[in-house]
Write a protein that binds this ligand. Structure first.
Ligand code: FEO
Length: 375
């Protein structure tokens, strides 16, 4: 029997110190009750007592034999020491990389209560047998997935995770994409590697460390993961990301927006100085075209656009059509700077370079109408 013993966090302001989570966060943990008992991962440090109470409620007086650690980031590992203080005869099961991280976090690797596992090793609990699958950089190097061959469950660590607590109903795709793009998005190649390994397994359920337990329609989630990990868009659409100091660059993107509306083309608009950049990044992962519009500033580009392009590059932005719009009253250089910043990105098609000098003129309006038609 696999039981959920995780917790919901509604007190958190910023997940990982940067992501707004309006519906909170879940830290998932599980216990497998069989001839042997294995606890899978712990939870954030602020929920030690609630987690231990959840665990005890499932044990029926028994004592856990194992603590399996799939990932050492502290939102999942913070309570290892508290667990081991309470159950000193338990054995921690994890990768060699994770035990090295335990030495850094807890100043001990809990020897001799440790069992190092690697790819294809099996932890035999009775009927349940956990097979380990190495998943480096999804999202840290020590990460392992595991597969319970009895109930056919894939324990996927941060993979298939989502922002949002489990006691809030919300659609999966958007907050899972924002979680994926921000946290795992840089490591698409590694995600594809582990998806390939998992594809040989008969998987009936996916149990991640954040977000809902996925028990139906798995092909939907796996297909989205394949697209995100290979940097392929989900659908046609335009993400317009802009900064505007006095409203003239904004006028340009508003005109573009109006023309896209007339053409019935799908788009989303982000003011990078005000809107959540993780939402903008996530939407870039969703659609196939991106418009970047900004002002020339201090001989380079406006700071919020510079930060956003850095974010794109850091997250392996690729395989997209891109249009650039610059504004500058006396020496517009923003398109040149943006082009240079995007140079390392694979397979970008720069389809338009529009220069506005101060405010829109007739030629600019025509260029923006043409751009709307081409997007
Ligand atoms: Fe949810 Fe990478 O920790």
């Amino acid at each position: 029997m696999i039981e959920y013993i995780g917790v919901n966090d509604h007190k958190i302001d910023l997940f990982e110190g940067q992501y707004k989570v309006k519906n909170g966060m879940s830290y998932n943990s599980y216990v497998i009750i069989d001839e042997k008992i294995a606890v899978l991962d712990t939870v954030d440090r602020n929920f030690s007592n609630e987690w231990l109470v959840n665990l005890e409620s499932k044990l029926d007086g028994r004592i856990p034999d194992y603590l399996v650690i799939h990932h050492m980031e502290p939102d999942h590992s913070a309570n290892i020491k508290i667990f081991m203080d309470k159950y000193p005869n338990a054995c921690i099961v994890s990768s060699v990389g994770a035990f090295n991280m335990m030495k850094n976090l807890f100043k001990t690797d809990f020897s001799p209560n440790k069992l190092v596992v690697k790819e294809n090793d099996v932890l035999d609990l009775g009927n349940h047998k956990l097979i380990f699958i190495s998943a480096p950089l999804v999202h840290w190097p020590e990460v392992m997935f595991s597969y319970d061959s009895y109930e056919k469950v894939l324990f996927s660590a941060d993979g298939f995770g989502k922002f949002g607590a489990l006691d809030v109903e919300e659609e999966w795709d958007n907050e899972a994409r924002r979680y994926y793009s921000g946290i795992v998005g840089k490591f698409g190649k590694n995600v594809l590697n582990v998806l390939k390994k998992a594809s040989s397994l008969e998987i009936k359920k996916i149990y991640p460390l954040h977000g809902p337990l996925l028990e139906d329609n798995l092909s939907h989630y796996i297909s989205l993961y394949e697209k995100w990990a290979s940097y392929q868009p989900e659908e046609e659409g335009v993400v317009i990301c802009y900064t505007s100091v006095y409203g003239n660059t904004k006028n340009a993107v508003e005109l573009l927006k109006d023309k896209l509306n007339e053409l019935n083309k799908k788009y989303e608009l982000f003011d990078l100085s005000r809107d959540d950049s993780s939402e903008a990044l996530s939407t870039v992962f969703k659609y196939d075209k991106v418009v970047l519009a900004t002002t020339t500033y201090n001989g380079t580009i406006f700071p919020a656009m510079k930060e956003f392009i850095d974010l794109l590059v850091e997250h392996n932005f690729q395989n997209r059509k891109v249009a650039l719009i610059e504004n500058g009253m006396w020496a517009p250089t923003a398109n040149k700077v943006m082009t240079s910043l995007l140079e390392g990105c694979a397979n970008l098609d720069i389809i338009s370079n529009i220069t506005i000098k101060g405010s829109l003129d007739e030629a600019n309006e025509k260029d923006i109408i043409d751009l709307a038609n081409n997007l």
